[in-house]
Design a protein around this ligand. Structure first.
Ligand SMILES: Cc1cc2nc3c(=O)[nH]c(=O)nc-3n(C[C@H](O)[C@H](O)[C@H](O)COP(=O)(O)OP(=O)(O)OC[C@H]3O[C@@H](n4cnc5c(N)ncnc54)[C@H](O)[C@@H]3O)c2cc1C
Ligand code: FES
Length: 492
């Protein structure tokens, strides 16, 4: 984008939510500009392991107790409608992304888990699903019982997203990559200020993972988690099926063939952003799980990656008009079900933005603080914000001499002659420093050694080693700082 622009709808973020919404809005005859800081899908969507399912991270019993029988049925129906939407786009656009319908299995291994599983199966039946209880899963995983649901799906999210994105450009619509949104003003028109110019639009859809439009309110209802995945080469394709266990943190497994090479994908080991000292451990635990439970050895050349999951306080996404805004819409909080959740949100928002009724609008209302059962969860998650804001300032930090101990490619938050600094040593051994204060709401960032990033434990903003934003809600980088010169030693 080299100049200011006027469109019907500006979309912030080219992940599954933004690209799907842009596609649907364009199909409805609107002109859309999608503004993406990085490249299409390079947020979380292209990191996804893409289990497409109505077996949500929120268990059926909790779903029903929080949203009532009708609300729970609507939520399941929404995820199924999202899978159907994806399938119909794959077919209509002839996308070669390996979309296939497969069975999903929630697997129990202990007596307690079996009891919980049987209860889940009973609630699932009440909600209109037809699960079976089986003694084995198709993958070589030893389990005791599993809840089997037919008609779930899987795909390669990279290929799917790129194919959809290709159809957005043209006829007055366009995706602008490397275009960072710095500010969004509600109005008639709305103004979206980017580092490449201003976009004016009748409506703005903020599909940036966590919304970058809303500084405080919505973040009180969200918690950011890091999640981990490995893909190990297999001698032959794994049998079809999606499997999740019932542990906390949980694990999930499926096969995927990429460019003719069969892989086993194992994921999970989630933890809150910025709260884990050794971020290489989750990978080691996934590798141990693959070896012990599936007999698969992960080679050093196999793939390992991590990403961000946004947990909503009550278990369902927040989708719709932003609080106190007329023309700003948000979509966030998909848990680990964001490929379906993002597609569902896009379907809802494409209707709302056009002023049409949508059957899921009320259920997903982004401003809700309900049901009451979730209020406790909201408070519990957000105790973390004041806790980190205060506690991280009181924790004694390492001093100047500990800079010497920082290895190449590592970082640490230190107090250097009374100045708190986020210090990083690059591959050539040179040190540089940033302010450790997160520009969102002022918490201290922590070093993430596995991903070489500065992570904020409060609302999940992440920055690369040089302070550039990787994940919002922050939109500004960490400030550069000078390392104070070492005072001359007193002469003896
Ligand atoms: C390892 C892993 C495994 C997963 N497995 C599954 C699974 O099996 N099934 C499932 O359904 N979901 C899964 N998910 C979740 C799912 O991938 C995500 O929830 C989903 O992709 C989120 O989509 P999104 O469009 O909201 O966000 P993103 O894909 O993150 O897109 C948001 C975009 O906004 C951009 N952006 C942010 N700030 C700005 C700004 N200021 N200006 C401009 N652009 C900005 C970002 O660069 C990004 O590209 C998984 C996620 C991970 C990480
Ligand atoms: S993400 Fe909110 S203070 Fe850092």
């Amino acid at each position: 984008m080299h100049q200011d622009l006027t469109v019907d709808v500006a979309v912030v973020g080219a992940g599954i939510t933004g690209v799907t919404a842009a596609y649907l809005l364009k199909q409805a005859g609107l002109r859309v500009a999608v503004l993406e800081s990085r490249r299409i899908g390079n947020g979380e969507t292209k990191r996804s392991t893409a289990h497409l399912t109505a077996v949500l991270d929120l268990r059926f019993r909790k779903l029903r107790s929080r949203f009532g029988r009708d609300g729970a049925k609507l939520a399941i129906e929404g995820h199924r409608a999202a899978i159907d939407q994806i399938e119909s786009l794959v077919r209509a656009l002839n996308v070669d992304c390996g979309f296939s319908r497969v069975n999903g299995y929630l697997a129990a291994e202990t007596a307690q888990e079996i009891e919980a599983l049987e209860d889940e199966a009973a609630v699932a039946r009440e909600l209109g699903l037809t699960p079976a209880l089986v003694e084995a899963v198709p993958l070589p995983l030893r389990i005791r019982r599993a809840l089997e649901l037919e008609g779930q799906a899987q795909l390669n999210p990279r290929v799917y997203l790129d194919a959809l994105a290709d159809r957005v450009d043209g006829d007055g619509s366009q995706i602008f990559e490397t275009t960072h949104v710095k500010d969004i003003e509600d109005g008639e028109p709305c103004r979206v200020v980017t580092d490449r110019g201003v976009v004016k639009a009748r409506a703005v859809l903020v599909a940036s993972g966590v919304p970058v439009s809303n500084q405080v309110f919505i973040h009180l209802k969200l918690a950011a988690y890091r999640t981990y995945a490995i893909a190990a080469k297999l001698p032959a394709p794994a049998p079809a099926g999606l499997v999740w266990d019932m542990k906390d943190p949980y694990h999930y497994v499926r096969g995927q063939v990429v460019d003719g090479v069969p892989y086993l994908i194992v994921g999970g080991e989630d933890h809150k952003v910025g709260e884990h000292d050794d971020t290489t451990e989750p990978f080691a635990r996934l590798e141990a799980y693959a070896a012990e439970r599936l007999g698969v050895t992960v080679a050093p050349t196999d793939h390992r990656w991590a990403g961000q999951i946004i947990e909503p306080a009550d278990g369902l996404p927040y989708v719709g008009q932003n609080a106190l805004s007329k023309h700003l819409f948000v979509a966030t909080g998909y848990s680990g079900n964001g490929i379906t959740g993002g597609t569902w949100a896009a379907m809802v928002l494409a209707d709302q933005i056009r002023g049409l009724d949508n059957r899921w609008s009320k259920l997903l209302d982004a401003t809700r603080i309900k049901p009451l059962a979730a209020v406790g969860a909201v408070a519990a998650e957000n105790v973390d914000y004041p806790k980190h804001l205060i506690r991280d300032r009181l924790v004694p930090l390492g001093h100047r001499r500990e800079m010497d101990a920082i290895a190449a490619g590592e970082g640490a938050v230190l107090s250097v002659d009374g100045v708190k600094l986020a210090v990083y040593r690059n591959g050539e051994g040179q040190l540089s420093a940033l302010s450790p204060i997160c520009p969102h709401l002022g918490c201290f960032v922590h070093w993430n050694s596995a991903e070489k990033s500065w992570d904020c434990p409060c609302h999940g903003s992440r920055f690369d080693a040089h302070g550039r934003v990787l994940n919002g809600p922050a939109v500004d980088p960490l400030q550069r700082r000078e390392i104070p010169k070492e005072p001359e030693k007193a002469k003896s």
